[in-house]
Design a protein around this ligand. Structure first.
Ligand code: NAD
Ligand code: MG
Length: 387
């Protein structure tokens, strides 16, 4: 090894993955790449691999194996395909792994990196929602490090004093409110996938953009914060802050509230995780508070955004309720993007799936995956019954 940090990027062609690649490419003196993983975007993956020269490039969708092999012929980069190969990529001895696959599909490779005791930069919040208790236990058992990449959790991580954890009164997650913050339920009933994926402040993948529009994203982040910072549900507040400048806050017993601020640009929290425990330069626009003028706040509306209530309910129930919430939401978002159901049906499908499932206490990852699979089937059955 040459002293540079070895990096693996799971989900390198996505929104988080591309931003990570940009930052890694800017510092060849600090980073070398072990593996790049994508689902099916072969052209984009092959272009990244030709520039970054990883040891291995993997497509999860095996139908694209031939195309990737052809695109990287003669480069000396190992090429593989399929979900086993994704886990194999996570097993390569990278010091630092960006977990940026979307959805519970990221669970197995992220766990593999955790079990090697790697530093894992976690963007893939769904895997913590799906299997948080078991993941956190694995992190402790294998001496791995989880660095949050979600902007809110990166903010909290940056202002939370670990030796004062018992002096925390509240964690306050900020939420932009998404594109439908001030729409009525009647207006929301008619929104299209195109409107739902157009976020006012952040540029992101389709699934998280829809989650932001329903505010399920904030519900998932509530569960994510519970696992990352060991705080109970009632100590995590959510406040809507449409400018997305304050990324979250920690409130202490003496009344002090510490916040982290920045432009809404994911390159800042990704750079924080890449540089950690140091800091590296990121090309995000600098915050100009005088130009912004006003920072505003409002309470979230749990009537218009029932996803917040559902996520709190799942976290309070514990066991596999968050697994079911996440699985049903992934299916409902897919059905909405495929125009099978309306926007308001997303939370309705999640609620009915939760109502119709019995949330056991999964004792192993295999049991979590079984609960996840059953919840997906149930969610599809609910969708068929309404559409
Ligand atoms: P995206 O859809 O833009 O990218 C997803 C990436 O995962 C792509 O590279 C895709 O090829 C890959 N992928 C998808 N399914 C896969 C599979 N089965 N196996 C292997 N690879 C697979 O999504 P994104 O916006 O980059 O979000 C990624 C994760 O980060 C999500 O969990 C999201 O909630 C989280 N996150 C994103 C943002 C953001 O600003 N985009 C912010 C915070 C958290
Ligand atoms: Mg976030």
């Amino acid at each position: 090894m040459d002293g540079r940090r070895g990096i693996t990027i799971l989900g390198s062609t996505g929104s988080i993955g591309r931003n990570t690649v940009e930052l890694v490419e800017a510092r060849p003196d600090l980073y070398r790449v072990e593996a790049l993983v994508a689902n099916s975007s072969v052209d984009s993956l092959a272009a990244q691999a030709r520039r970054l020269k990883p040891r291995m490039a993997v497509v999860a969708d095996a139908a694209h194996y031939g195309a990737l092999r052809e695109a990287l012929a003669g480069t000396g980069i190992a090429v593989a395909a399929g979900s086993e190969a994704v886990v194999e990529a996570a097993r390569l001895p990278a010091d630092w792994v960006m977990a940026a696959i979307v959805g519970a599909a990221g669970l197995a490779p992220t766990l593999e990196a955790v079990r090697r005791g790697a530093v894992v930069a976690l963007a893939n919040k769904e895997c913590l929602v799906c299997a948080g208790d078991l993941m956190i236990a694995e992190v402790a058992a294998h001496g791995a490090t989880l660095l949050p990449v979600d902007s809110e959790h990166s903010a909290i991580f940056q202002v939370l004093e670990p030796d004062q954890a018992d002096k925390i009164e509240k964690i306050v997650l900020t939420a932009s409110g998404g594109p439908f913050r001030s729409r009525s339920r009647a207006e929301m009933a008619a929104v299209t996938p195109e409107e739902a994926v157009a976020h006012p402040n952040w540029s992101m993948g389709a699934k998280i953009s829809v989650d932001s529009a329903t505010m399920m994203n904030k519900g998932l982040e509530l569960i994510e914060a519970h696992h990352l910072f060991a705080q109970p549900e009632e100590r995590i507040d959510i406040v809507v802050h449409p400018q997305s400048v304050i990324h979250s806050m920690v409130s202490y017993v003496d009344g002090s509230v510490l916040a982290q601020l920045g432009s809404p640009d994911m390159r800042t929290p990704i750079a924080y995780a890449l540089g950690w425990p140091d800091r590296i330069h990121a090309p995000a626009p600098r915050l100009d508070l005088a130009a912004i003028g006003q920072l505003t706040f409002e309470a979230p509306d749990a009537i218009r955004f029932p996803a917040l209530r559902l996520a709190r309910r799942a976290l309070q129930s514990g066991g596999s309720a968050p697994t079911i919430l996440n699985a049903a939401n992934e299916i409902a978002v897919e059905a909405f993007l495929g125009r099978r159901i309306g926007f308001l049906d997303i939370a309705a499908v999640v609620e009915r799936t939760l109502d119709e499932s019995d949330a056991g206490r999964p004792a192993s990852i295999a049991e979590v995956l079984e609960q996840d699979r059953t919840a997906r089937e149930r969610a599809w059955a609910v969708i068929k019954s309404i559409g």
